[in-house]
Design a protein around this ligand. Structure first.
Ligand code: 26V
Length: 824
């Protein structure tokens, strides 16, 4: 008889060892005599995977029978990082594994470090998707993620002679966390033509035919929840040539080369993650990726719905689809196409289903990041979708015309089709029109989209179509895993780890702000985390930094709007100030370590210049005997999720200094404060809400406000203004060649001096360096500093991604959690 397999928990280290060794010897076919750390990682991962899979199967079965609405989160990026530590936390029994590994002669930390990051994302948007999956599972929501299984994740960054060099990230050679589903495939069509005819009943029918077919194959990744058996699914699609494509005809008739070429062309679709963050380039392959993934996911969702045998009007009661930015917008015309061309619904009925199904999250107002696709490209690649988009637009513009007969200009402004040369499809407008809710990711951002890019649409649909859901982060990874000692200290005071499920419980820490022993341990933990980062810096950069110095950190994608240039100009200013001081004056200074990290998009020349300048400044400052420990400047290579887990807990001050109105939310700001660091920031994104929560006495805000940005930009061109002399001194030092050939950095300086200073570096410079002086003073008073840090941690409960997911569930998806069946 068929017996249900049930994996026992590892109650003892022996049980763990037995399972890990079994996997090493059989699954991995390795002899224990040559078991290195890689094999030990493999055995450990597979042992925990077995436990996770049982709950995963049960959860999926439970969700299938529950007949409840499900959420589908469509994202081109899932920046997951490592999975083993998270799996151990959620399956529990990390202790038995640790003891078992020690018996086998390994340290848990070394084994965890064997894993490569799943780096299927660029930055904030991708990491947000990963935090959301963690919260969805932890809160027992029936939810799936859908994405692409890139063969190459975000490139690895090496710094060679101060320059960024990109290395491909081939990450799939050993990935125990994915399950290929070779039986779950979808044929996806591209190109071809549309044939129209009138059928027997007199109905217009459109057939999309003669296209090229590529096959989508599903790979499933289990997503375990914390302290619950709920284990959701992340389905990633991989492309391959459709079975008929790599055909034996061609193969045998001597066209071997071309048949292999066909195959490679198909596989190219899911080969690589586009490494741009906030920059749209309009590449055909990117549009192919988007359609391939949307069509496969929608087919899968519709297939699942049809099994329920419900009427189509029930679709929005069974399915909520969230669009992570405009990247999955093609899902909207695709669902409309399925409903009218394949299922035979009338336009209006289909369209009402579509609108009720989708929600759209906007993540940026930067014009260069808003997706637009050329109409000729669309016509070529997706001819039927282009027709449907024109029809959607026609219906929409007719509606606008009826409601705003006096505003003829409006039609051109809100049309999905931009009347440019060539014409362009505006994806954000299509996403908005096809969804029932549009949300921004922090209060300021959600307000801004209503007054800038979507202003007309507020008039058309009314304000209720728009909402705000402020971003959040998962406390499991960003507190407990990244900072186990702090988590343990908190648990010891709060009577357990409930705060990892309800982060608002942190408020009770305020009772310990003046508790001597607590403060001492809090400080010791921060110091130990700084020692760990200092060691990493020594190992990778060869620079010795003093862990007693103030660690000042800016880690995020390199972008002019995020203003790493402002930071490095501030470092140069500090250096010049130190150089001009007497030895006595220097003794009064607080030592600093300025730490930078982040990738530049390979084609973003200005961002690469910023990296180069940081390294050039470091080379001078770090070797200047006059300076010694008073200032160090380092660039940490290859910033990614697992590096963040080391860096974030080690900061005293982190920098979130975007030009006001440009950073939609930011999420690392939340991570740093949750880990007991303070922040310097502009009034932008979630900094504003962080200030409201923790109190303005606990944050260092500076700079101009978003409502003044437009006028300031204007002023750069139309009125003569005095340049800040301290910034001038920085530019003079660069021009004198003190950090190497000045020509290399001229574009960076000239962008500010001659080309309008779009990001307002000169306007904010004085306020920025003055605020850093305040930080120096504040840090010297360690007693009050620690009070600020502890108070801030206690007030960060709001920024859990659990709160955020509950808000989406209530305001946008209308879904309820599903109570899990008992653990196997
Ligand atoms: C856009 C594009 C355009 C085409 C090429 C590839 C590509 C990749 C990513 C994007 C999205 C840019 C928007 C984005 O990442 N926004 C960030 O979202 C975070 C999560 O909401 C938020 O915290 C950041 O402030 C925001 O910049």
């Amino acid at each position: 008889a068929w017996q249900k397999f049930s994996a026992e928990p590892f109650n003892t280290k022996e049980q763990f060892e037995q399972e890990a060794v079994r996997h090493i010897e059989t699954t991995l076919a390795r002899s224990l005599y040559n078991c290195d750390e890689g094999a030990a990682y493999g055995g450990t991962a597979l042992a925990f995977r077995d436990r996770m899979v049982i709950d995963w199967n049960r959860t999926q079965q439970n969700q299938t029978f529950a007949d409840q609405k499900r959420v589908y989160y469509l994202s081109l990026e899932f920046l997951m990082g490592r999975a083993l530590d998270n799996a151990m936390l959620n399956v529990q029994q990390k202790d038995s594994a640790k003891a078992g590994l020690a018996d086998l002669g390994f340290r848990m930390e070394d084994i965890i470090n064997q894993e490569r990051d799943a780096a299927l994302g660029n930055g904030g948007l991708g990491r947000l998707a990963a935090c959301f999956l963690d919260s969805l599972a932890s809160l027992n929501y029936p939810a799936w993620g859908y994405g692409l299984r890139y063969r190459y994740g975000i490139f690895k960054q090496e710094i060679i002679d101060g320059y960024q060099v990109e290395i491909p990230d081939y990450w799939l050679d050993f990935n125990p966390w994915e399950f290929p589903r070779h039986d779950v495939t979808v044929d996806i069509q591209f190109f071809g033509n549309v044939r129209k005819y009138v059928d027997d009943s007199g109905k217009q029918v459109s057939v999309w035919e003669n296209g090229e077919i590529v096959q989508a194959v599903a790979y499933d990744v289990p997503i375990p929840g914390y302290a619950t058996p709920t284990t959701n699914n992340l389905r990633l699609w991989s492309s391959k040539a459709a079975s008929g494509e790599f055909d034996f005809q061609k193969f045998n008739s001597g066209e071997y080369e071309s048949s292999v070429a066909d195959q490679q062309r198909a596989e190219t679709i899911s080969a690589v993650l586009y490494p741009n963050d906030n920059l749209e380039r309009g590449k055909e392959l990117r549009l192919k990726q988007q359609y391939f993934w949307c069509a496969a996911s929608l087919f899968d969702i519709v297939r699942r719905f049809k099994k329920s045998k419900k009427a189509w009007k029930e679709f929005p009661n069974a399915v909520a689809i969230q669009l992570n930015d405009t990247h999955p917008t093609l899902a909207i015309p695709e669902l409309q196409r399925i409903l009218i061309d394949q299922e035979g619904l009338e336009w209006d009925e289909a369209w009402s289903i579509v609108q009720k199904t989708f929600g759209y999250t906007n993540h940026t107002v930067l014009p260069e990041a808003l997706e637009k696709w050329s109409v000729p490209l669309f016509q070529h690649l997706l001819p039927r979708h282009l027709q449907i988009i024109y029809d959607i637009n026609l219906h929409f513009l007719q509606y606008v015309e009826r409601n705003f007969p006096k505003d003829r200009e409006m039609l051109g402004r809100v049309s999905i089709i931009e009347e440019s040369q060539p014409k362009m499809v505006r994806m954000a407008y299509l996403a908005l029109i096809g969804s029932h809710k549009v949300n921004g990711v922090a209060e300021l951002h959600s307000d801004l989209i209503k007054t800038t890019i979507f202003k007309d649409f507020v008039k058309i649909y009314g304000p209720d179509k728009f909402t705000n859901v402020t971003n959040g982060i998962t406390p499991r990874r960003w507190l407990h895993q990244a900072n186990p000692r702090l988590s343990e200290l908190i648990a010891s005071k709060l009577g357990g780890y409930d705060f990892l499920k309800d982060l608002t419980l942190l408020h009770k820490l305020e009772n310990y702000v003046d508790d001597k022993a607590f403060r001492k341990e809090f400080q010791e933990i921060k110091f130990a985390n700084k020692v760990r980062l200092a060691k990493h810096i020594k190992d990778t950069n060869g620079v010795s930094v003093n862990p007693a110095a103030l660690f000042d950190i800016q880690v995020k994608r390199i972008h002019e709007y995020k203003r790493q240039q402002l930071n490095i100009f501030g470092v140069i200013h500090r250096y010049l100030t130190i150089k001009s001081m007497s030895p006595e004056e220097r003794k009064k200074l607080a030592p600093r370590v300025s730490i930078f990290g982040g990738k530049a998009a390979p084609g973003y020349w200005m961002a690469k210049t910023i990296i180069h300048l940081v390294n050039a400044v470091g080379a001078v400052v770090n070797n200047d005997k006059d300076v010694g420990d008073l200032l160090k400047c380092v660039f940490v290579e290859d910033y990614n999720v697992s590096k963040a887990e080391i860096i974030v807990p080690a900061s005293d001050i982190s920098e979130h200094i975007s030009t006001a109105g440009t950073e939609a939310s930011g999420t690392s700001n939340m991570k740093f404060v949750l880990n007991g660091g303070l922040i310097i920031g502009t009034c932008d994104g979630a900094n504003i809400e962080i200030t409201r929560e923790i109190g303005e006495e606990n944050i260092f805000l500076f700079g101009n406000l978003s409502e003044d940005v437009e006028d300031l930009r204007h002023a750069h061109f139309y009125s003569k203004f005095e340049f800040d002399p301290q910034l001038q001194r920085v530019f003079d030092a660069i021009k004198e060649g003190r950090f190497g050939d000045a020509g290399q950095f001229s574009a960076l300086v000239n962008g500010i001096v001659e080309h309008g200073d779009y990001y307002l570096v000169s306007d904010d410079f004085k306020s920025y360096i003055d605020t850093h002086t305040l930080i120096d003073e504040a840090y010297k008073d360690q007693e009050s500093w620690v009070s600020k840090c502890i108070t801030s941690v206690a007030r960060m409960g709001f920024f859990s991604s659990d709160r955020c997911i509950d808000e989406y569930a209530e305001m946008i998806w209308n879904v309820e959690p599903l109570s899990p069946t008992k653990k196997a």
